[in-house]
Design a protein around this ligand. Structure first.
Ligand SMILES: *Cc1c(COP(=O)(O)O)cnc(C)c1O
Length: 377
């Protein structure tokens, strides 16, 4: 991996690098696992914080069959940037955006009949029907038509002009469990729901990597493309054959020499136990460097770990550089990713935060510039 010596001119010295070649590698792992299942990578939430458009472009070139986003607002910039693939809207829409669904040629997931009727009314006499996917609740208990109603739902949908059911889909509730009994039950329920001739979709990353029974007509990989195992903490990216995608970098902006017994930062939570060199990093919880990591977080400097000390504040974080004599102002600091022999993964940061890798990525702040690296192959 290469990394510029300096942050790009005119941007702050805290930035995220996204290795598009690694995203493409991870997509190929998904492709291998998917067999005949078509792949619609999930680029919702700005591709889990990494940049929906560059990620979608790289995956389009790598052979993605379509893309999934959560909402119409996420689909619009992709369409406007020239992505012509099928775009599935996973999380529905409220009345008022039917026109946008039609104009942008989106494929909404339906889990509620009134939305279908409203869409149909808008479609009017259009020649090409809007393709829709019907969500059935097979065990998540969140959204989706109840299984008992699915035949009646499909019948009514067939009677509505202007829309056509493209597939039936459902979502795994316990896909992250390697054992997979519940995923198998959900797959069986989905197979049994409604018209057997309609294509089905169930697999997310966990389904693709761990539960063969979920690899149906089309699949929706997300987190695996971004370099984290869906089975964390049971498994990490290494065991799943994935490549890390993200490096989060910053630079030391100030260094202070302090006596033993010096309280540092808000609340004086940390008091030095020895004479110390304390570095200041221009990154904080406003950037997604979570305050919850106090007492656990570490960074890499010269390939070696240095502990974060005191409270993480909105824009600044302190690190103990006492054992890093060479690290002065401007020293490159890795918050996530590899540096020399050292590596800090999204999974480890998730542990420090008390959350899952998904949230580490989604919380990367909007004000942190993303740089997309690609060898162009
Ligand atoms: C987010 C999402 C996915 C992707 O899940 P991963 O665990 O990130 O692979 C798939 N399907 C639906 C319905 C989703 O909301």
């Amino acid at each position: 991996m290469m990394s510029a010596l300096l942050a790009p001119a005119g941007t702050r010295p805290t930035w995220v690098e996204v290795e598009l070649d690694a995203v493409v590698h991870n997509f190929r792992v998904a492709r291998q696992a998917a067999g005949a299942s078509a792949l619609f990578p999930v680029v919702k939430a700005n591709a889990y914080g990494l940049g929906a458009l560059p990620v979608a472009r790289a995956l389009a070139a790598a052979g993605a069959d379509g893309f999934c986003v959560a909402m119409v607002e996420e689909a619009r910039p992709l369409r406007e940037a020239g992505i012509t693939h099928p775009l599935v809207i996973l999380s529905g829409f409220l009345p008022g955006v039917e026109q946008a669904v039609i104009e942008l040629n989106l494929q909404p997931v339906l889990f509620e009949m009134e939305a279908a009727r409203a869409l149909s009314r808008r479609c009017g006499e259009r020649a090409a029907p809007v393709l829709v996917h019907v969500k059935v609740d097979t065990g998540m208990g969140r959204m989706g038509f109840p299984r008992a109603k699915i035949s009646a739902v499909l019948e009514e949908l067939r009677s509505l002009p202007g829309i056509r059911v493209a597939s039936i889909l459902s979502h795994l509730a316990r896909g992250d469990e390697l054992a997979g009994e519940e995923s198998l039950r959900q797959a069986e329920r989905l197979e049994g729901a409604g018209d057997a001739t309609l294509p089905r979709s169930l697999a997310n990353s966990a389904g693709l990597l761990g539960h063969a029974c979920t690899r149906l007509a089309w699949s929706r990989p997300g987190i695996m493309l971004y370099g984290a195992s869906p089975f964390f903490p049971g498994r990490t990216w290494r065991e799943d054959g994935l490549r890390p995608v993200v490096r989060w970098l910053t630079r030391v902006v100030a260094v202070r020499e302090v006596e033993a017994g010096t309280p540092l930062g808000y609340g004086h939570d940390f008091v030095t136990r020895r004479a110390s060199r304390i570095g200041v990093l221009p990154v904080g919880y406003a950037d997604g460097y979570s305050r919850c990591m106090q007492g656990r977080a570490q960074v890499l400097i010269d390939g070696l770990r240095a502990p974060v000390v005191g409270r993480i504040s909105m824009d600044l974080t302190l690190v103990d550089l006492t054992d890093h004599a060479g690290a002065g102002i401007g020293a490159l600091v890795t918050l996530l990713g590899e540096q020399g022999e050292g590596f800090i993964g999204i999974e480890e940061m998730a542990e420090w935060m008390g959350t899952i890798p998904y949230e580490v990525l989604c919380r990367l702040g909007a004000r942190v510039p993303r740089r997309h690296l690609s060898s162009g192959v």
